[in-house]
Design a binder for this molecule. Structure first.
Ligand SMILES: Cc1ncc(COP(=O)(O)O)c(C=O)c1O
Length: 407
């Protein structure tokens, strides 16, 4: 008999070699470990609202449990939820309609995007992703065997892709373009004119267009948020909109997201989902109906709170020597340019890049931030302002003190 210690195990699938684990989750885990050990860490790394969902949503979930919704549902989500999604989208996207057959509800928008990756991309395909990008886009493309083509959107352009850069990146291998507005990680959102310019390019090429509009209801000030569907209805047969309840309704843990897509794409994703999760959790679907159809005032109150915090954090960051930060149009992230701090020397040596800087801020300032490298934008930090005003003020004070120690 072979001793247990001498046994080898079969290899893991090689596709794992192509994929990185989520950097944002890794930082949050380290910060949580420190917190659990009693260290007073301020978390600016989270990608979720720090509010609870409004009470009527929780009540709807409780009522659903009491009335017995404990069984499997339709793979693509219950009809009343898809009808609610359709009505919400029509109201917010210039009256353009989707039928329930063009909607698939999944276990969060991340799952929606994963279904799409499996349904649309294969080996030899290129998928254009503007950087800074949300961490999961390129990894999902790789998992599907295709190649992410990262196109840099420069700080001087507000981290937004220009029509020329998009045009130059499209080849005959391009299968899809993923656009995210407002963006995670930068908070940048395309104005109707900027988006229309991208649409003009997209209209000329036979590519899928994936518009991640999960932050669309979180925009601030005078910014005019318009869906790509409303601005370029001619793209409809190639346009897939991704949305969900996580950010707008502070419901990240409920795991409900969806796509609005041409019916044959929806059918393909339904097929994939039927062999993976079967359906999104039944109770969460009822909560999502309440979110979409219930009173929207609590949502507006959360948005206003984020707007006030945005001003506070942007002003505070710009007051720190070596940090520059534009005013993001939406989401709840500030994207700070820290290239002036990189290369400086701290108590433990040279800060060689943004990863080292994030590590230094966690050790020295007890503030968790996410290095821009995770989003394809070295020399930056993503600072989430899904934190209370007290935490923001204290965190800024600590970051300023830590930055002042670098020379
Ligand atoms: C840009 C973007 N898209 C999609 C998602 C996925 O959201 P969820 O899976 O919680 O619906 C996130 C979450 O961080 C995100 O930031």
């Amino acid at each position: 008999m072979i001793e247990a210690w001498a046994m080898t195990s079969p290899s893991l699938a090689s596709r794992l070699d192509r994929v990185k684990p989520s950097a944002t989750v890794a930082i949050a885990t380290k910060a949580n470990e420190l917190k659990a050990a009693g260290v007073d860490v301020i978390s600016f790394s989270v990608g979720q609202p720090d509010f609870e969902p409004p009470a009527h949503i929780l009540d709807a979930a409780k009522a659903a449990i009491d009335t017995g919704v404990s069984k499997y549902t339709a793979t693509r989500g219950i009809l009343p939820l898809r009808e609610a999604v359709a009505a919400d989208s029509k109201a917010r996207r210039g009256g353009h309609e989707h039928s329930p057959a063009e909607i698939v509800v999944s276990v969060g928008a991340k799952h929606t995007l994963f279904n799409l990756a499996l349904a649309l991309y294969e080996e030899g395909d290129e998928v254009i992703i503007p950087a800074p990008y949300w961490v999961s886009y390129p990894e999902q493309v790789r998992l599907a065997g295709a190649t992410p083509v990262i196109v840099d959107a420069a700080p001087e352009d507000g981290y937004k892709l220009s029509a020329d850069a998009l045009e130059a990146a499209i080849t005959d291998k391009t299968k899809a373009v993923i656009l995210c507005s407002p963006s995670n990680p930068t908070g940048a959102a395309y104005s109707p004119t900027e988006m229309r310019a991208l649409a003009d390019v997209l209209a000329k090429h036979d590519v899928w267009v994936i518009a991640d509009e999960i932050y669309a209801r979180l925009t601030y000030g005078e910014f005019e948020q318009k869906s790509l569907l409303e601005l370029a209805p001619e793209l409809r047969e190639r346009l897939i909109i991704v949305d969900g309840v996580s950010k707008t309704f502070a419901m990240t843990g409920w795991r409900i997201g969806w796509m609005l897509a041409p019916a044959h794409v929806a059918k393909a994703c339904d097929k994939i989902q039927s062999q993976s999760t079967t359906n999104p959790t039944a109770v969460a679907q009822y909560a999502a109906i309440a979110a979409l159809t219930g009173p929207q005032e609590p949502i507006e109150a959360m948005r206003e709170t984020f707007e006030a915090r945005r001003a506070r954090i942007v002003e505070g960051l710009n007051a720190i020597d070596g940090i520059r930060c534009g005013t993001p149009e939406g989401a709840f992230y500030a994207f700070a340019d820290v290239r002036e701090l990189v290369g400086k020397t701290g108590p433990a040596g040279v800060i060689k890049d943004d990863l080292a800087l994030a590590g230094y801020l966690l050790d020295e300032a007890r503030c968790a931030v996410v290095p821009g490298t995770a989003f394809g934008a070295p020399g930056h930090l993503r600072i989430s302002y899904a934190a209370s005003e007290e935490q923001i003020d204290e965190g800024l004070r600590r970051i300023a003190a830590a930055a002042a120690k670098l020379s």
